[in-house]
Ligand binder design. Structure first.
Ligand code: NDP
Length: 383
C-alpha cells in the first residue's frame, strides 16, 4: 500500500484525485488532506478516507475542524505551518493542488522529502522556478506533471532522448472568449469567465483560461519541466481540447497525447506511474468528435502569452512578479473591482514598474511575491 497526501483536497483537482483513490480500495493509505477554509468538507473527506492528518490553512477555522473530527484519531492542524508539517509527513506521493503561490511552501516541503510529487499547482513552479527545480535535484524528488498539457508532453517524451526534440507544442482551448471581439472582452463578467466550454475547474484557473494567462503560466511551467529551450516551446489554439499537447522530433515525427477533457486522465497517469490504471471515463470517440481544429493564438486580444514568454525570457524574479500580479488581478476581477481586459493590462503595468533581484531561496521568492502583490493592489486601487 502506498501513502498519499493531497494538498488542496477540497478543490477540483483534489476531488478528481480522491475520486480515483476511492476507486482503488486497499491501494492507498491517505496520510494528509488539506484545505483553505472549507472545514466541513475537509472533515467529511478526512473521515471518509481515514486520513491521518487534516489541515485547514485558515487558522480561524481550526476549532470548527477539530469539532467536526471529534471522536476520530485524525490529527487536526491549522495555518501555514500546519500545511508544511503535513506536506513534510513523507507520503510516497503528494499531489500539490493548492491554487496559487499559497501552495509553494508546502509543495517545497513535499519535494524536500525526496519522494514523488504530482504537481497541479503551476503557480508554485512559475514563481519559484530554478529554486524549485534545484530542490527537486538536491533532494532526489520526482516531479510528475498533473497539468493535462504537461502530463501529455511527459508521456510523449517517454523513452525518447530530449536532445532529439525539435519543438514542444502546448494546446490551448482558447477559453470561453476565444471568438470574442476586444469590445466584448471589455464587458466580460466573472460569471461568463468561469464557464469554461470544455473543462470543469476552480474559479481562478477558469479565469486564467479565459485570459490565456493559464497558457502563459503553462509556458513557464513547461520551460522548467522540459528544458529544451524557450524557443522550442509553442502554443496552438485547439478548441476541442482532445489533443492535450505534442512533441515534434528532429526526424519529423510528432507525438501527441489525446484523451477526454477530464483531469482524471492525467491524474490517473500520475497515480499509477510508471504503470497504468483504469479510469471510469468512456473511450475517446473520435468519429463522434468529427473534427480537430487548430489555429494560432491571437496575442492582440489575449496578450497574456506574450507577457509570459517575455517573463520566461527575463527569468529571475520576473515570472514570480507576473504570477503575483495575475493572482491579485484575477481576485479583483472576480470581486467585481476591475474589468476583464484590465487583468492583462495590470500585469503588464506591474511588470514594467517593478524588477526585483533574482530569488535564490524560498524566502526570497515569498518576498518577491509579497512585494509584487503590494504593487498590484496599489495599481488596482488607482484603476
Ligand atoms: P480549486 O479552487 O478548485 O481548489 C483549490 C484548493 O486549494 C482547495 O482545496 C482550497 O481550499 C485550497 N486553497 C485555496 N487557497 C488556499 C490557500 N491560500 N492556502 C491553502 N489552501 C488553499 O482549484 P483547482 O483544483 O481548480 O486548481 C488547483 C491547482 O491545480 C491550481 O494551481 C490550478 O492552476 C491547477 N490545475 C487545475 C486544473 C483543473 O482542472 N481544476 C487543471 C490543471 C491544473 P478551500 O476549498 O477550503 O478553499
Amino acid at each position: 500500500m502506498r501513502s498519499i497526501s493531497i494538498l488542496g483536497a477540497t478543490g477540483s483537482i483534489g476531488a478528481s484525485t480522491l475520486d480515483l483513490v476511492r476507486r482503488q480500495p486497499g491501494e492507498w493509505r491517505v496520510l494528509a488532506l488539506t484545505a483553505h477554509s472549507n472545514a466541513a468538507e475537509l472533515a467529511r473527506l478526512a473521515r471518509e478516507f481515514r486520513a491521518e492528518i487534516a489541515v485547514i490553512a485558515d487558522e480561524a477555522k481550526l476549532a470548527e475542524l477539530r469539532a467536526a473530527l471529534s471522536g476520530t484519531n485524525i490529527q487536526a492542524l491549522g495555518g501555514a505551518a500546519g500545511l508544511v508539517e503535513a506536506a513534510a509527513a513523507g507520503a510516497d506521493l503528494t499531489v500539490a493542488a493548492i491554487v496559487g503561490c499559497a501552495g509553494l511552501a508546502p509543495t517545497m516541503a513535499a519535494i524536500e522529502q525526496g519522494k514523488v510529487v504530482g504537481l497541479a499547482n503551476k503557480e508554485a513552479l512559475v514563481s519559484a522556478g530554478e529554486v524549485m527545480t534545484a530542490a527537486v535535484e538536491k533532494y532526489g524528488a520526482t516531479l510528475l506533471p498533473v497539468d493535462s498539457e504537461h502530463n501529455a508532453i511527459f508521456q510523449c517524451l517517454a523513452g525518447n532522448d530530449p536532445a532529439h526534440v525539435r519543438t514542444i507544442t502546448l494546446t490551448a482551448s482558447g477559453g470561453p472568449f476565444r471568438d470574442w471581439s476586444l469590445d466584448q472582452l471589455t464587458a466580460a463578467t466573472p460569471a461568463q469567465a468561469v464557464k469554461h466550454p470544455n473543462w470543469d475547474m476552480g474559479a481562478k484557473i477558469s479565469v486564467d483560461s479565459a485570459t490565456m494567462f493559464n497558457k502563459g503560466l503553462e509556458l513557464i511551467e513547461a520551460f522548467h519541466l522540459f528544458p529544451v529551450g524557450l524557443d522550442r516551446l509553442r502554443i496552438i489554439v485547439h478548441p476541442q481540447s482532445v489533443v492535450h499537447s505534442m512533441v515534434e522530433y528532429r526526424d519529423g515525427s510528432t507525438l501527441a497525447q489525446l484523451g477526454p477533457s477530464d483531469m482524471r486522465v492525467p491524474i490517473a497517469s500520475v497515480l499509477a506511474w510508471p504503470q497504468r490504471m483504469d479510469t471510469p471515463l468512456p473511450p475517446l470517440d473520435l468519429a463522434a468528435i468529427g473534427e480537430l481544429t487548430f489555429r494560432a493564438p491571437d496575442e492582440t486580444r489575449f496578450p497574456a502569452t506574450r507577457l509570459a514568454r517575455q517573463a520566461a525570457e527575463a527569468g529571475g524574479a520576473i515570472p514570480a512578479v507576473l504570477n503575483a500580479a495575475n493572482e491579485v488581478a484575477v481576485a479583483g476581477f472576480l470581486a467585481g473591482q476591475i474589468g476583464f481586459t484590465r487583468i492583462a493590462a495590470m500585469v503588464e503595468d506591474v511588470l514594467s514598474r517593478y524588477a526585483p533581484a533574482a530569488p535564490s531561496c524560498l524566502p526570497d521568492v515569498h518576498a518577491v511575491d509579497a512585494e509584487a502583490r503590494v504593487h498590484a493592489r496599489e495599481m488596482m486601487e488607482l484603476a
